[in-house]
Ligand binder design. Sequence first.
Ligand code: ATP
Ligand code: MG
Length: 353
Amino acid sequence: MTDATKPAALPAGATIGILGGGQLGRMLSVAASRLGFRSHIYEPGAAPAGDVAHQVTNAPYEDEAALRAFAASVDVVTYEFENVPTSALDLLESLRPIHPNRRALAVSQDRITEKDFLSGIGLTTAPYVAVDDASGLADAVAAVGVPSILKTRRMGYDGKGQIRINDAGQSDWTDAPSVLEGFVDFSAEISVIVARGQDGQVSAFDPGLNVHREGILRTTTVPSGQPSSVLTDAVLIAARIVNALDYVGVMGVELFVTPKGLVVNEIAPRVHNSGHWTQAGCAVDQFEQHIRAVAGLPLGDGGRYADVEMTNLIGDDIDRVPALLAQPKTQIHLYGKGAPRPGRKMGHVNKVL
Ligand code: ATP
Ligand code: MG
């Protein structure tokens, strides 16, 4: 590559603006500081990331003055949360570069747009049909069949806003524009955490095996136990997605393993819960990889040197921390959140196997 095409790397001491102040923003902020950068968190609600950031703005995404001041104080904007309102992004984008780009966000904010995009680049998704209101459900069920899953088009996470449809007469409704997805009979769920740099370099972490409980990710294990042909396909799919989006940063790509090949469940244009194992399994973890990408640095070595099982600490699981502290080969990450509530992600544990 000639110098003319090389991305300009941010200088030491530059400030990375992060939209969203949850645990992902917190771990991104720590990674930024290790690379000599500062971070500025923008978060309308409680911000555990603020504890480890240089600066925090606590304001709604509708507060134009706060957004302008935030942009003026940062060199680049990234995010840990894909549901930032379009109006806020329009304003920020007019003032500072945003990585990953707006298209990646637009694609992943809406499950229909996302599936249209994935099918458009030749990838397989679950069969799907848009359902605008309760009156359209019966036709959708007739088209997709049962069992199927009704999901809100926007704002879903941790299985929220999802209804399993088991019989054709079922009329439960999500109360929002939705998509009806055919149920995929998978043998395993895996995910690829993939990174793409500003120079187009792509680097994927070893795909992990994901196990969910009550709709929430419970564990990710590497190696995944899947044949290497499946893992290669998974990485190639992830690379195709980030190239098609001219993406910069880390993305999580969730896949179902089926006898007919890999089905893409969804993509997340950010660091991902199923990539937390990289903190204990790789020289450069997903958070550092993301900061490197958005800062215009070369991607680092994401090769896996250990077998790892990541377990989320959800709700009262936090009570296990004293026992976990005594365990060998165990790395504990706590998010500094308030009271544990059922379903609330309080931390995670990386156990080197
Ligand atoms: P997360 O925030 O954990 O990614 P989400 O709310 O975006 O969750 P999905 O990833 O769409 O939801 O679904 C959560 C889980 O539900 C999946 O990991 C999978 O276990 C199951 N699931 C979702 N869609 C399907 C499907 N079409 N067929 C079979 N299982 C599915
Ligand atoms: Mg998911």
